[in-house]
Design a protein around this ligand. Sequence first.
Ligand SMILES: [Fe+2]
Ligand SMILES: [Fe+2]
Length: 275
Amino acid sequence: MSDTQKITPRDPGFSFADDLPVNWHSDDPAISHFYNGLSLTFPEGERFFVDSVRHFADEITDPKLKVDVRGFAGQEAIHSREHVVYNQYLAKQGLEPEKIERLVTYGLRMGRKLPKKTQLAITCALEHYTALFAEAILENPKVMEGAHPQFANLWRWHALEESEHKAVAFDVFKTVDPGVGGYLRRIIAMTLTTINFNLSALGNQIYLMKKSGELTNWRSWGRSLRHLWGREGVWRHVMKGVFSYYRPSFHPNDRDTDALVAKWRTWYAADIQSS
Ligand SMILES: [Fe+2]
Ligand SMILES: [Fe+2]
């Protein structure tokens, strides 16, 4: 995102009525549960992101970055809150998401014992994942085609803000851990995060499929495979973009998403804010 654009938290206040469809994406359990499984990691995950950046608040001297950190923290706090409501809806559907949430909390409690710079490197890796995921959602209308508008709007709003603040944690990391040491730390963190994040995304999806009695719905698994890994698959887009992170000169803004962000800001103002 260019220097002139400000990172402003929005407050959509989504509510989740009990009669929303369980299989909200394409009437398909495996596709819906892929997104639901990610949502279960967000409340605790995003608190971890904010804390890992805030540890270094005193070391940031650049006035623009200071402002961006405040915007980033404000956006992630509202993401956490909205995904708590989303996850409560999943609980009401009898999916027992608490078990996954407890596992996420335990994993992050372990993560908080790591050196603070390593915690920030993990945040940068996951922010690269969320930025790529956001790009796929915003760029390719097919990703949310067939989704219930309530959920599509939530994912698009979250994607917009992830694109807006995609460079903040990385810029803080470059400030506090520059050079070869910082490079090694961030690529090791990315490698471990890639293994962990992919396994947990699949594990959460399997758990939710089991809970909803759809574990052996192979037709649905096939559709999910195409949605995630097909020619225009959302996860295929993400994984293709992960490798660029290993370039020593990598920066999140190497991928120019300014036009995409501008387009979806207009959408939010017209369709969500004013509704
Ligand atoms: Fe977020
Ligand atoms: Fe984020």
